[in-house]
Ligand binder design. Structure first.
Ligand code: MF3
Ligand code: CO
Ligand code: CO
Length: 289
């Protein structure tokens, strides 16, 4: 059924179609005819949803700001997890990871050769030379924000330090490629080109994702891509970019005992940074960092 110009918009905004999603739909329809894969309606957020995702993302950023001074040599990751749970609850939000598909803790903390989904523990003590990723997802009033940062403890091997810094740069390059009317494939292409040029490898199996109404939504945002392929990036989309970059080979495996922890096959270190982004008419706006 084709909506008339004066019908209420399909998004539920209450506005007329012509003054809401009509222009966007027309432009997407043209791109579809030209062979592009266009986002589904479920990937396009309403202004009300954007406001909620913005707020959840703001709180998620606050959680990472809050935990930063506690990330020190000698602290256990279990302690950091507890602090994050307490703080998140104190601002009337919830750590979205807790209980997600049975995940046992409030945050993922991934050290050195752990690529992602490291489970905090009282027995894991941060030590000199560690590179540590803290990855937080916050649920607030029904909406989600998701971001992660790296921390370097004490005397970090200069090659590892460069990996951490270059991985941040890879995220920024991904954001730069993430322009409205580009494609998801452009993002992965830009990131992988850069990483390979620096002599690294990019993890393919795990990547970014739609986020906002759920912790993980479509589209999948692979950090290795082909320009002009995959979904068109349209205003109103919210998704993460979160490259995992390895010093050695790209291969990873999942811990068979805990069912979560992802490590590099060759034991080489891996770094990751993550933002939640909102696509506007002009650019990719960083909502959670
Ligand atoms: N924050 C993670 C991401 O970036 C999600 C972790 S899910 C968990 O996608 F269950 F492992 F916590
Ligand atoms: Co995350
Ligand atoms: Co994520």
């Amino acid at each position: 059924m084709k909506l008339g110009r004066n019908d209420p918009c399909w998004c539920g905004s209450g506005k007329k179609y012509k003054s809401c999603h009509l222009n966007l739909d027309s432009r997407l329809e043209e791109m579809k005819i030209r062979g592009y894969r266009i986002p589904t309606r479920a990937m396009l957020r309403t202004p009300e949803q954007i406001a909620g995702i913005r707020e959840a993302s703001r709180i998620n950023t606050m959680v990472l700001d809050y935990i930063t001074p506690f990330v020190k040599i000698g602290v256990s990751t279990g302690e950091l997890d507890r602090l994050i749970l307490e703080y998140t609850t104190s601002v009337h939000a919830e750590p979205a990871c807790l209980g997600y598909k049975g995940y046992p803790k409030s945050v993922c903390i991934s050290i050195n050769d752990v690529v992602c989904h490291g489970i905090p523990s009282e027995d894991t003590i941060l030590k000199d030379g560690d590179i540590v990723n803290i990855d937080c997802t916050t649920l607030y009033q029904g909406y989600y924000g998701d971001s992660s940062r790296m921390f370097m403890l004490g005397n970090v091997d200069p090659v590892w330090k460069k990996l951490v810094e270059d991985t941040k740069h890879a995220l920024d390059i991904g954001v730069e490629a993430c322009k409205p009317w580009a494609t998801i494939g452009d993002i992965g292409y830009a990131i992988n080109q850069y990483a390979v040029k620096q002599g690294y490898s990019v993890v393919r199996e795990i990547g970014g994702h739609g986020v906002g109404l759920a912790i993980h939504e479509d589209p999948y945002v692979c950090h290795i891509g082909t320009p002009g392929t995959d979904y068109v990036i349209a205003p109103g989309m919210t998704f993460t970019i979160e490259p995992m970059i390895n010093l050695g080979a790209p291969d990873v495996y999942q811990d068979a005992d805990d069912g979560w922890t992802i490590r590099t096959q060759d034991g080489s270190p891996s770094a990751q940074w993550e933002y939640t982004l909102l696509i506007t008419e002009e650019k990719a706006e960083i909502l959670a960092r």
